[in-house]
Ligand binder design. Structure first.
Ligand SMILES: Nc1ncnc2c1ncn2[C@@H]1O[C@H](COP(=O)(O)OP(=O)(O)O)[C@@H](O)[C@H]1O
Ligand SMILES: [Mg+2]
Length: 424
């Protein structure tokens, strides 16, 4: 119906458009028609034109106007009937603008705008486009974020894998150490006992020589006495006796040291002993300390161990040693060269308190709740696995039904107390 209307309207326009103006009441959505006087006053308009000009059909007071071309352009040529034919922009110079295909006719002091309303609401289209654009941008941003997240997860996984490999290595090493310590125990034991025999035999040999010398002296045979004395001098028997005694003594000290190390390692790793046992905690801590002795002396740390001589505790010795070692290693790592680390063992009622105190960097408040999480570390890859405290937590809390108390001040130091019941 609109198409027919348009065709008739166009045909009639070309011949005579005064009649058409009278028919403006015939409303059409596809053709907008408006009649103006030379002062740009809107005299008549159909509904479509009223819509573009943003006015009530009964008032005819447009809020929108012709932006391009402007109304004044239609007044230039008095002799022409068709004064404009092309794309026309109607709007309010700011947010609303319609583009229509228009013909403008002039007859005397009347201007008629005839516009085909295959319009594009540029503003609306623009708005839609920018919404779409924004959506695309958002999606893009989200993709970038997801990608970053994935990359971070991948890095985290790689680190976790490295740490797992490391902890597996440590586990394997623990077993190896326990095995080697066990294997070393026998030969060391017989070298140690042989040294005692050697010392005893030495003394007996020199004693015998002394007796022979005395017997020769008693014979009064000068020739024999001189030969004996020369023999002893030429072999430097006095020196040999002295040196042999020193050598066996030193060897004994050496072997004793090896024996202590092996015993420490064995006591520390105790992987074969996963049962609850009554042990001397002080002896166990001494062994644990000797494992890190080298680290302590490397940094020339002022190290103190304050404890009763013996303290029998019911515990899982191997695991407890591991828990203490982890805290001790952290304390050693936290202090600068020539810092201070103090290990104190005390008993309050039925609770054993193992306190490890350092005057290192301290722990910032914001990470205090995180340090017991597995894999949480502030140390570079290779020097920290982030597993130490999570293992300690498990051993103290779960295995020994104990507790850990943390007291740390930034730049001042850290005090960590491991509390376990004397008897589980
Ligand atoms: N004595 C301490 N002084 C300062 N920071 C500590 C101390 N003990 C633990 N921490 C902090 O807790 C984190 C976790 O410790 P841990 O679980 O043993 O893992 P790792 O030592 O491998 O980093 C450390 O990286 C460190 O930031
Ligand atoms: Mg650690």
């Amino acid at each position: 119906m609109d198409i027919n209307y348009r065709k008739t309207a166009e045909n009639r326009l070309i011949s005579d458009w005064t009649d058409l103006i009278c028919e403006l009441s015939n409303q059409s959505h596809s053709i907008a028609i408006g009649v103006f006087d030379s002062e740009a006053q809107l005299l008549e308009a159909n509904q479509a034109m009223c819509f573009f000009l943003d006015t009530d059909c009964s008032k005819l007071q447009p809020k929108n106007s012709f932006i391009n071309p402007e109304f004044s352009c239609f007044l230039t040529d008095k002799n022409k009937e068709l004064v404009f034919d092309g794309l026309m922009t109607i709007g309010n110079y700011s947010d609303i603008s319609y583009v229509v295909n228009a013909k403008v006719f002039r007859k005397n002091d009347r201007i008629m705008v005839y516009a085909e309303t295959d319009i594009l609401n540029l503003f609306e289209e623009n708005k839609k486009m920018s919404v779409l654009n924004q959506e695309v941008n958002n999606l893009q941003r989200q993709l970038i974020k997801e990608k970053k997240n994935l990359q971070a997860t991948l890095a985290e996984l790689k680190e976790t894998q490295q740490m797992l490999i490391h902890s597996e290595k440590m586990n394997a090493m623990g077993k190896l150490v326990a095995g080697v310590a066990h294997e070393l125990n026998n030969p060391i034991a017989f070298v140690y006992s042989n040294l005692f025999s050697l010392e005893k035999y030495n003394a007996e040999v020199f004693d015998t020589i002394k007796q022979i010398e005395r017997l020769i002296d008693q014979t009064g045979n000068q020739e024999l006495i001189v030969s004996m004395s020369n023999l002893m001098k030429s072999n430097d028997l006095e020196y040999l006796k002295e040196d042999l005694t020193d050598l066996t003594k030193e060897s004994k000290v050496g072997v004793e040291r090896v024996r202590t190390i092996v015993e420490d390692l064995r006591r520390f790793s105790r992987l074969d002993e996963s049962d609850l046992k009554q042990v001397d905690l002080i002896e166990n801590i001494r062994s644990t300390i000797s494992i890190v002795k080298a680290e302590i002396s490397k940094k020339s740390i002022d190290f103190k161990f304050v404890s009763p001589d013996h303290l029998l505790v019911n515990c899982f010795p191997g695991q407890l040693n591991q828990a203490i070692l982890n805290v001790l290693v952290n304390a050693i790592q936290a202090v600068e060269e020539s810092g201070q680390v103090i290990v104190t063992v005390s008993v309050e009622k039925n609770t054993v308190i193992i306190e490890i105190k350092d005057n290192g960097d301290g722990i910032p408040d914001e990470i205090k709740t995180r340090i017991f999480e597995p894999f949480f570390t502030t140390k570079p890859v290779g020097s920290g696995t982030g597993l130490g405290l999570s293992i300690t937590y498990k051993i103290i809390h779960d295995l020994h039904q104990g507790a850990i108390e943390l007291d740390s001040t930034l730049h001042k130091g850290t005090k960590m107390k491991l509390l376990i019941p004397k008897k589980i």
